[in-house]
Design a protein around this ligand. Sequence first.
Ligand code: HEM
Length: 465
Amino acid sequence: MWAESHLREVTSMQQREPTERPPGPRGLPWLGKALSYARDPVAFAGSMINGHKPIGHIRSCGWSFYFLSTPDAVEEGFIGKARKSIKAPFLRGIDEVLGAGLLVAEGDAWRKQRKLVQHAFMPEQVLSWLPVMSRRCDVVLEGWDVTAPIAIDQAMMSLTLDIMSHSILGADLRLAHGSIKDAVDEIAKFFEFVVTPHGFLLRKFPTPARSRFLRSARVLDELIYRLIEASLTAAEPQPSLLTRLAHAWRDADGDFERKLLRDDLLTIFLAGHETTALTLTYALNLLAQHPEIQVRAAAETAGVDVVDYALFSDAAKLPLVRAIIRETLRLYPPAWIFAREITGDDTLLGYSLPKGSVIVTSPWWIHRQQEVFPEPDSFKPDRWSGGLVERLSPGTYLPFGIGPRRCVGQLFAEAELVVALVGLLKRFGFQKTTDALPRLQPAITIRPRHPVLLRVVRNDGLNRI
Ligand code: HEM
């Protein structure tokens, strides 16, 4: 069925003159569908993706958006056009805090940074952080007070903040957690506004939110610069990513700019801490809704030592824990939408694609395609047994993105998620406090709008989920 519709898609592409626009709604003059997007971004993306396959078009606030909705279309857009596209204009709006860091850099500057950062995230380097990840998990989780329900989203932010501080920055920042968390929250709130088409146009206005954002960026700035200097001058620096990157920059470029190292570290810190915290939050919430799966997962973790490198080289180990992570990232991909701007006139799937057009896709909706994932809205980790992940093409399952700009921290994230989930399930059982699913706030990432409260019980050898 899928092959048939693909054949129809290709045939109709070949018959079309590359001058037409793909189908799509029109909306209001100039604004297009900006108001529908602002009201409910996820539903709007869903209407574009599910309503116009393989490609839908909308003009809004001066931009032409092309929504890509089948795996082939996504691969053609994000891999095929990778050399002819740059990050979307709205994401570029966050360069005020990320500077020229990896997430927003382009061209040769991006290639140089990507090579250095990718090297620092090689598998053996990531494995060398397992002991520190595991130790930090022990310290943080041992301190939990479980006498009342826990806001699991905030608890996961603290956990990943702690793990990232030690492994990425090589520092114990527990005393500064409060101010870092406030700064990250303010920055995230401002990004929520900036990444919409209308917000992007208004981002330089001197609003109170903008002043709070700039103040928060300064807090993180001071911290990172202090840590960079400490790492470069220490006789025995911590074996952190910061140290590795600082030395790699110095070797590659004797008089490297501190500012660029700061930009990359802050990018990695911000890109890595919230995404992993959200994945853990959604995973625990799903497990609390599905106690039978939680009991099986807890049994799988009993007696497991996460500082066992074989866990990560042997895909047969911890199959259910891995499947839970994959299924969570399928249903709740934290980076739920991403986009590129096309840098020269082109064509895509037989349609014209003028310079400045923005191609968009949404893993949230791509991951809910019935043909690939039967019962797409159900949490079914067992669907991942039998080698499903190897059979999927890059445009079918893309929680870590697609093409040359895909997530550089994927291995780190996967290791951290396994270590944390094993640590959590070994110690605790998680029970829901409500049947309602969390209401979500989509921006660059999709986060819960309100605290996700779970009752937490200590495992005492018996499973008390
Ligand atoms: C579950 C966790 C994570 C998810 C779902 C995730 C997802 C993504 C996605 C979808 C992109 C590509 C965005 C685009 O194409 O526009 C990306 C890029 C990136 N991610 Fe992650 N990420 C995760 C964790 C991490 C971690 C732990 C780090 C670092 C420690 C990290 C660092 C980055 C960086 C630096 C980029 C930019 C890469 C480039 O443009 O070359 N991410 N991530």
